[in-house]
Design a binder for this molecule. Structure first.
Ligand SMILES: Nc1nc2c(ncn2[C@@H]2O[C@H](COP(=O)(O)OP(=O)(O)O)[C@@H](O)[C@H]2O)c(=O)[nH]1
Ligand SMILES: [Mg+2]
Length: 449
């Protein structure tokens, strides 16, 4: 238990209906009693009305206070929350008054760090608190909520239990090495190891989608110069973000903006038109277009059928497929309002896009449809790069263990690699974690969380 009692604003600073402040630590109730005068006594989890006194003992505001007795609080310590009027002046004075009574200003993430230290949350859940607050779309929000409820943690602890049993078996065998006994059946061990590897790989495979749900799905618009790519970006964003002109090669650098469509957050990326460029800057831009193409989850190939042979569009699709086989691709034929006669192509997925807003609506629905069709469903989704790296390292250690086991090398090596895998898995939920890692994770939080 920490002997410091900390204070911070729990709400954003600025004008608003309410400001919420909280204090947490062994002195919470004493400090609260000194600063908050009410006719009601402190009953845990019950809001009481009273007067908040400033550091000089003058009435600062009338508001509510709620006492949460540890361990039944967010941090696991005694916590008091104050709900005052939403004025930056009142907030600053109230914090000062609480400090005058012995509280200390909380460091960023310190409330959540204490919750972690007191076993209220594991590390993956604590990180989910940050993700939940930062989520900008329903998909990102759902993902954080699942992690907060412990879906990732639960899956990992099952896996760790299996591996711990396994390591224990091998280590037991090592203790009896003189007697030359074999406790563990090698074939069974190998099967167990392979199952653990499969589970780790499955979790790791969700990272691509998990990261996209959290940070935005990379959607790249690609196509020849003048096809209308920048115009489309602006229309999707409902903002004149990129330069549009009828001069081919206007977009030289790639332009990236986040936007929300339905339940999803996208990272929309406009690129320089693909062509044989004569000048060096444009060539660099085109180089970048290829790079962005390889990162995309969704590629929108834009092609003006009045300006070029449709077979070129087919060619472009092939290139996209080759450069990024994992991406979902949508072919869009642009400038429909300028078409003379009907244009039919034998590509399975294509859409016409003109200036009519209904065309844009259709395109947006098609994008959502593509995302949903390509989505992996599952309770467990890895969205955090720290978790992905730990899983990757653990999978490597398991692979080494399998090689040793198959080669019939000494059990010591196998046991060593298993412990290594366990250590990496444990670092995700914080069961095994270095102090510097903890401070780096929590310092990314803002003060008051
Ligand atoms: N008529 C018509 N013109 C368009 C349409 N989309 C883009 N344009 C025009 O085509 C030209 C090139 O557009 P731009 O977005 O800069 O193309 P980019 O080079 O692919 O980025 C500009 O003059 C646009 O106004 C469309 O749907 N209909
Ligand atoms: Mg452009």
């Amino acid at each position: 238990m920490n002997d410091r009692t900390i204070v911070a604003l729990a709400t954003a600073s600025g004008l608003g209906a309410l400001t919420v402040l909280r204090i947490s630590g062994p002195e919470a109730l004493r400090i609260a009693t000194e600063r908050f005068k009410s006719n009601s006594g402190w009953t845990p989890r019950q809001s009481i009305l009273g007067k908040f006194l400033d550091s000089e003992g003058r009435m600062l505001d009338e508001g509510l206070a709620t006492f949460f007795k540890g361990p039944w609080s967010f941090t696991g310590e005694d916590v008091v929350e104050f709900g005052l009027h939403g004025s930056p002046f009142i907030a600053a004075q109230a914090v000062e008054a609480l400090i005058a009574s012995g509280a200390e200003l909380a460091a960023p993430g310190e409330f959540t760090q204490r919750a972690f230290a007191n076993g209220k949350l594991d590390l993956a859940q604590a990180e989910a608190v940050g993700d939940l607050i930062a989520a900008e779309s329903r998909a990102g929000h759902e993902l954080a909520l699942k992690q907060l409820k412990g879906s990732v943690s639960k899956r990992l602890s099952e896996l760790r239990r299996e591996l711990t049993d396994f390591a224990a078996l091998i280590e037991l065998e090592l203790d009896f090495v003189e007697e030359d006994v074999e406790f563990a059946n090698r074939t069974q061990l190998l099967a167990l190891l392979e199952s653990a590897m499969r589970q780790s790989a499955e979790m790791l495979a969700t990272f691509r989608q998990g990261q996209a749900m959290r940070d935005g799905i990379p959607l790249v618009i690609i196509g020849p110069p003048n096809a209308g790519k920048s115009t489309l970006l602006n229309r999707l964003l409902r903002e004149n973000r990129a330069l549009v002109s009828d001069v081919p090669g206007t977009t030289r650098d790639s332009v990236e903006e986040r936007f929300r469509l339905g339940d999803y957050l996208f990272r929309l990326i406009d690129t320089a038109g693909i062509r044989e460029a004569s000048d060096a800057v444009e060539r660099m831009g085109i180089e970048r277009s290829w790079m962005k193409l390889r990162e995309a989850h969704l590629v929108l190939v834009l092609f003006d059928p009045m300006d070029g042979d449709p077979r070129d569009a087919a060619e472009l699709l092939k290139v996209v497929e080759r450069e990024n086989p994992e991406a979902a691709v949508l072919l869009v034929l642009s400038k429909r309002d300028l078409w003379t006669g009907d244009i039919t192509l034998d590509f399975p997925a294509h859409l016409g896009l003109g200036l009519d807003d209904r065309d844009l609506d259709k395109l947006e629905s098609a994008l959502i449809g593509l995302i949903e069709a390509n989505q992996v469903q599952g309770e467990v989704m890895i969205a955090n790069i720290r978790h992905a790296n730990a899983l990757r390292a653990s999978l490597e250690a398991l692979t080494r263990a399998r090689t040793s086991l198959e080669a019939g090398t000494s059990g010591e090596l196998v046991a060593y690699d298993l412990r290594d895998a366990l250590r990496h898995l444990g670092s995700i939920t914080g069961e095994i974690t270095a102090d510097d890692l903890l401070s780096s994770i929590f310092s990314k939080f803002c003060i008051g969380k």
